[in-house]
Write a protein that binds this ligand. Structure first.
Ligand code: ATP
Ligand code: MG
Length: 380
């Protein structure tokens, strides 16, 4: 195998006619790292990956592989395997030959290429399809064969654009595990594009979250989940995303003095009036407002907490996912499966102190109010 690549994109941007698809971005992928580009449709993931691969020329900036400037090198000269969002297999070749073809094109003797193709088909659980022609395969199987065709190679880097896109449910989960296991074994640098946050969280060493042509946060999955850099990431990552409660500078429970904050949240951080909080949320003006972010698992049942009305209950085995009406807004809460909740009943909830996050300012950026204690006391 070739040594895994260290990839660095330096101020790389792409403009199509008068539309900016990717704003200047800096992104580094370590040797052997599994980096996921995550974001909603149209945010520039494919364009970024294609520039990394040499399939698209950047409008500005440079791409380095192992410290060497490859910006002007075409994809074929970069020693990468690219898996396309849409791809096709050779219709006249059976599955094994489709996979072996890539190796034979590189000059490997047919016997050895066939052996290595059989190997990867076995690893991906596709050995029973080896003699089939593509027209006899279901869409999902075609996609898995497409992946096998890429994984059979030993390039410096794998660049994959939504390779599990058309697979559903269990098969998708299985392929994720296979991909990650294959990565752990082969250790090649991998950049993987998806718009599915759960897929990103389960695969990545690090995730680069993209929005509107920019990377808004690049971090380890756990840190991305615990400390989202802005409101967008807070809402996008997690299923469901963070509860985002709009807070205003007026009202009984909160006030701002300059950048300092006084919060009427109990000493053990019980939001003693969530209804008012959510109600004030709706009324707050954009300039003065800030946001409290709290994940559904950090909404806790508490007798001294705020009353909320159960709007919907989703029973999911280990937990219940509740939608609670609080003031003018809604809160999602993961609550224990052992407790039965009736729609329309009132429950009292509070927030886990260490799980509270704050966002504000024009971009809805994370505010460094790490603990509610700090947030509760005004500094002068
Ligand atoms: N060849 C092109 N010509 C003009 N505009 C383009 C071209 N390729 C992409 N774009 C535009 O650039 C933006 C980013 O596209 P890109 O395909 O990179 O997004 P994406 O994040 O991969 O989206 P998706 O999840 O839908 O695949 C989009 O607005 C898209 O319409
Ligand atoms: Mg795309």
């Amino acid at each position: 195998m070739n040594a895994p690549a260290r990839i660095h994109m330096q101020s790389v941007a792409k403009k199509f006619a008068d539309r900016i698809a990717v704003y200047p971005l800096d992104l580094s992928v370590a040797k052997g790292e599994f980096l996921v580009l995550l974001g909603p449709s149209g945010c520039g993931k494919t364009t970024t990956l294609r520039m990394m691969a040499g399939l698209e020329a950047p409008s500005q900036g440079a791409v380095h592989f192992n410290g060497k400037d490859v910006t002007r090198l075409r994809a074929g000269e970069r020693d990468i395997a690219f898996v396309f969002q849409m791809f096709s297999l050779y219709p006249h070749l059976n599955v094994r030959d489709n996979v072996a073809f890539t190796l034979r094109a590189q000059g490997m003797p047919p016997r050895e290429a066939g052996r290595q193709a059989s190997d990867i088909l076995l690893r991906l659980g596709l050995e029973s399809l080896a003699n089939f022609h593509p027209e006899h395969l279901a869409g999902g199987d075609q996609q898995r064969v497409g992946l096998a065709r890429a994984l059979v190679r030993r390039p410096q880097a794998f660049l994959m654009d939504e390779p599990l896109g058309t697979l559903d449910g269990d098969l998708r989960g299985e392929m994720r595990e296979t991909l990650r296991a294959n990565h752990n074994q082969a250790g090649a640098t991998t950049v993987f594009v998806t718009h599915d946050q759960e897929e990103a969280m389960s695969l990545a060493d690090r995730i680069a979250v993209m929005r509107d042509g920019r990377v808004v946060q690049c971090d380890h999955p756990r840190n991305l989940y615990d400390n989202p850099a802005d409101l967008f990431t807070a809402g996008f990552v997690g299923s469901p995303g963070m509860n985002l409660i709009r807070a205003s500078r007026t009202g009984e429970w909160a006030a701002m003095e300059g950048l300092d904050l006084v919060l009427r949240v109990g000493e053990d951080a019980e939001a003693d009036d969530i209804a008012q909080l959510a109600g004030a949320a709706a009324a707050a003006s954009p300039e003065a407002g800030f946001w409290l972010g709290v994940r559904p698992e950090n909404v806790l049942l508490s007798e001294s907490g705020a009353p909320c009305v159960v709007d919907q209950t989703l029973v999911l085995g280990t937990h219940n996912l509740l939608s609670l009406r609080a003031g003018g807004g809604f809160l999602k809460a993961w609550l224990p499966a052992g407790v039965r909740f009736r729609e329309g009943e009132t429950v009292r909830v509070s927030f886990l102190t260490s799980g509270c996050r704050w966002f504000g300012g024009p971009g809805g950026l994370a505010l460094p109010w790490r603990t509610l204690e700090a947030a509760c006391r005004p500094t002068r």
